[in-house]
Ligand binder design. Structure first.
Ligand code: HEC
Ligand code: HEC
Length: 256
C-alpha cells in the first residue's frame, strides 16, 4: 500500500491524541506484541520462514572459499565451536581501534581471511551468515557491555534514540517507549527491542538485521535513513541492543 505523507501524518496524529502510557523500565520482547498467529509461526520450525536464511547461512558456512577453507573448518560444521556467551556480547567495542564491531562486521573480517572477494555490508549472503551465527546462541540472553568506554557510546546512542527525525518529526523513543502497546496501522507498537534480529519480516518477505530494521523505521518516519556503516547507525544499533540486555535471543524472530 502506498501512503501519501498526509495520510501517514493523520495516522500518527491519531496516536498522539492517545494518552501516554508511560515508560516501562522492564524490557519486553517484540514477541509479546505480535499477533498469536505470528508467534506460532516463529515457534514452529516448519513454518518459520527465517529458518531458510539460517539454512542458507549454514550452507555458506560450510562452503569452501578459493583458499580452500570453509568457516566450518575452524568453527565446526554447525558452528559448535563458537562460545555462545561471547555471541551474546555483540555488538562489541574494540578499544584498540575505537570501533563498534557488529556481529556481521566480525563475520566479514573473518571471511576476509579465506577469500579475496569481500561482500558489501548487508549483502544477503552476509545477512544469512549473520542469521546462522546469531541463531547458534538462540535462547541465550543478550549481554552487551554497558560499562567502561561503552558507557559514553550508549549515551550518544540514547541521544539519537530521543531525537526527532523526518517529516513525521518523531523520535524512536516516542513510539517505542511512550506509545508502547498502542495500535498503529493494525500493528501493536513494541519497545523496539533488538533480541529477535536478524528477523524475518512478513511485510517485506525478507530477513532484516537490526541495522536494516532501523533504516526501515526511519523510512516510516519519512526521514533519510542513517547510512550503512555510519557512526549514527552503529551507535543506535549498540544502544538498542543494550536495551535488550537480559532478553533471550530469538533469531530468527518473525515480525510484521
Ligand atoms: C582459519 C580459521 C578460521 C576460519 C576459516 C574462519 N574463522 Fe572465524 N574466527 C577464527 C578465530 C581464530 C577467531 C577468533 C576467536 C577468538 O577471538 O577467540 C574467529 C572469530 C570469529 C567470530 C567471533 C566469535 C567470538 O567469539 O567473538 C565469528 C562470528 C566468526 N569467526 C565467524 C566466521 C565465519 C562466518 C567464517 C567464514 C566466513 C569464519 N569465521 C572463518 C578462525 C576462523
Ligand atoms: C511512529 C512510530 C514509530 C517510530 C517513531 C519508530 N518506530 Fe520503530 N517500529 C514502529 C512499528 C509500528 C514497528 C512494528 C511493530 C513493533 O515491533 O513495534 C516498529 C518496529 C521497530 C523495531 C523492531 C522490533 C521487533 O521486536 O521486531 C525496531 C528495532 C525499531 N522499530 C526501531 C526504531 C528506531 C531505532 C526508531 C528511531 C529511528 C524507530 N523505531 C522509530 C513504529 C515506530
Amino acid at each position: 500500500m502506498k501512503l501519501t505523507s498526509t495520510s501517514v501524518l493523520t495516522v500518527f496524529n491519531l496516536i498522539l491524541l492517545v494518552s501516554v502510557t508511560g515508560v516501562s523500565a522492564e524490557p519486553r520482547s517484540g514477541y509479546e506484541f505480535i499477533k498469536p498467529e505470528t508467534r506460532a509461526m516463529q515457534d514452529d520450525d516448519f513454518s518459520n520462514p527465517g529458518l531458510i536464511a539460517v539454512a542458507r547461512g549454514e550452507e555458506l558456512f560450510n562452503q569452501k572459499y578459493e583458499k580452500g577453507k570453509a568457516c566450518a573448518d575452524c568453527h565446526g560444521a554447525e558452528g559448535e565451536n563458537f562460545d555462545k556467551k561471547r555471541l551474546t556480547r555483540y555488538p562489541v567495542y574494540k578499544n584498540r581501534t575505537k570501533e563498534i564491531i557488529t556481529l556481521q562486521k566480525r563475520i566479514s573480517n573473518c571471511r576476509k581471511t579465506i577469500t579475496d572477494t569481500p561482500l558489501e555490508t548487508d549483502h544477503p549472503d552476509l545477512v544469512a551468515l549473520e542469521t546462522f551465527v546469531r541463531n547458534r546462541a538462540h535462547g541465550e540472553k543478550v549481554n552487551v557491555q554497558t560499562d567502561g568506554p561503552v558507557a559514553e557510546l550508549l549515551t550518544k546512542g540514547e541521544k539519537i534514540f530521543t531525537t526527532r527525525y523526518g517529516l513525521i518529526d518523531m523520535s524512536c523513543q516516542q513510539c517505542h517507549e511512550f506509545y508502547t502497546g498502542q495500535m498503529i496501522r493494525g500493528q501493536k507498537i513494541s519497545q523496539g527491542q533488538a533480541n529477535g534480529f536478524p528477523a524475518y519480516r512478513l511485510a517485506t518477505g525478507e530477513v532484516a538485521n537490526l541495522h536494516l530494521r532501523i533504516q526501515q523505521c526511519m523510512t516510516l518516519l519519512r526521514a533519510e535513513p542513517f547510512e550503512t556503516e555510519s557512526e549514527e547507525i552503529n551507535l543506535l544499533g549498540l544502544y538498542l541492543m543494550s536495551r535488550s540486555n537480559g532478553l533471550p535471543i530469538e533469531t530468527p524472530a518473525v515480525r510484521y
